[in-house]
Design a protein around this ligand. Structure first.
Ligand SMILES: [Zn+2]
Length: 74
């Protein structure tokens, strides 16, 4: 009876460790995703956050409205 309880405790510990490893793996992914949100200005090549960047109909990103206009009319 004691052996069965011991095996159950070990099984719970293994599941718990797997769960911890999975959450540890998920956290760096979140930071990578935030880095991936950086886009490059099609005019000057500056890296800018996607939410701050301006885009045109060709899915190109620009750091400012001025660079977007300059890219269309060089
Ligand atoms: Zn620019």
């Amino acid at each position: 009876m004691g052996k069965i309880l011991f095996l159950i405790i070990i099984a719970i510990l293994i599941f718990w460790l797997i769960k911890i490893q999975k959450t540890k793996r998920n956290n760096p992914k979140d930071s990578i995703e935030s880095i991936e949100d950086m886009v490059v200005c099609s005019y000057c090549g500056t890296h800018i956050p996607k939410n701050e960047a301006l885009s045109n109909e060709n899915n190109q990103y620009f750091c400012s409205a001025k660079h977007r206009e300059l890219h269309i009319k060089p």
